[in-house]
Design a protein around this ligand. Structure first.
Ligand code: ZN
Length: 308
């Protein structure tokens, strides 16, 4: 059996834009996730390319969850194709009232254009996309309303940010959401029970060594369970590295004021880390620099890849 059926196309993107997955069928083409708002022109170009729709219509856009790197391009796709958007039911209310804190938009210094929801995807139900049956599986943790999509025939899991080849999307510390980390572990158990053969993650390449990825994810979860500060630092490092990709540079001198002003930094610091803004900024820069995610160029922080 080939790893992926021919009607399934994966556009592997980067860390600023989630992967886009296109499922083609004569009954209607379906796109899963739309990337970050500022990358919408590139996503529309990929979607229109020969590997993409190549002049065919798009019947539907669906999302794994409501983070800016997955739904930031929704409004642009809808404007280009006039297609309805279907969204995980558990998270639809925060999109419908455009709760920018719960959606981690201005609260995390990120952006997305507002879009209407035409239909809701409910955990426990099945959808036919690309002539394949997809089970809607609840995957709370990184995002409490997230879904992953599982095709039992090919044992393909479209995992969003619930499982990557090396880890998963950041989780809120218990002081902010006591359910997040227990839900993360429970979701890994659910994913392990699916016995997927191939995973299409929200970020990074498609992978088949699912057991090894789960093992790494469980190890990370155990480390998080042992140390809430680690959970908070990991969340803030993830957000800062992401925002640096979007902004391209932030003056080092501005960072203490930035972590005071942007809600997620201010709140996680107040609830868990309890550092001065200057000390928080210094530690985030130290750890991200050591991890090779960012570097200092002159007076600015820049993403490591862009600086190379
Ligand atoms: Zn996410």
């Amino acid at each position: 059996m080939p790893p992926l059926p021919p009607q399934l196309h994966v556009f592997v993107r980067d860390w600023l834009s989630a992967n886009n997955i296109l499922l083609k069928s004569r009954d209607g083409n379906v796109l899963i996730d739309s990337g970050y708002a500022s990358h919408a022109p590139l996503m529309l170009a990929l979607l229109a390319s020969e590997r993409g729709l190549h002049g065919q219509p798009l019947a539907k856009l669906v999302n794994t969850h409501g983070h800016s790197d997955h739904m930031g391009g929704n409004a642009a796709v809808r404007a280009a194709y006039g297609c309805p958007i279907e969204f995980p039911e558990a998270e639809a209310p925060i999109v419908e009232r455009w709760d920018t804190k719960a959606l981690l938009l201005d609260y995390a210094d990120q952006v997305a254009d507002r879009f209407p929801i035409a239909g809701k995807l409910r955990a426990g139900t099945t959808q036919i996309w690309g002539d394949l049956e997809w089970q809607m599986v609840a995957a709370p943790g990184h995002d409490m309303g997230a879904l992953v999509f599982f095709n039992p025939e090919y044992r393909i899991l479209i995992s969003g940010d619930a499982l990557w080849e090396n880890g998963y999307g950041f989780v809120m510390p218990a002081a902010v959401d006591p359910d997040a980390l227990p839900a993360t572990r429970a979701t890994l158990d659910v994913i392990a029970g699916l016995d997927a053969r191939v995973v299409i993650p929200g970020h990074g390449d498609v992978f088949t060594d699912v057991g090894a990825a789960l093992e790494r994810a469980y190890r990370r979860t155990a480390a998080f369970e042992a140390d809430e500060m680690r959970v908070a630092r990991h969340a803030l490092k993830s957000v800062l590295a992401f925002n640096l990709l979007a902004k391209r540079r932030i003056p080092v001198a501005d960072l203490p004021a930035y972590v005071q002003r942007v809600g997620i930094f201010r709140d996680l610091n107040a609830a868990v880390l309890r550092l001065s803004p200057t000390e928080l900024a210094r530690r985030l820069v130290d750890e991200l620099t050591r991890a090779g995610a960012i570097r200092i160029e002159g007076t600015d922080l820049v993403p490591a890849a862009a600086a190379g």
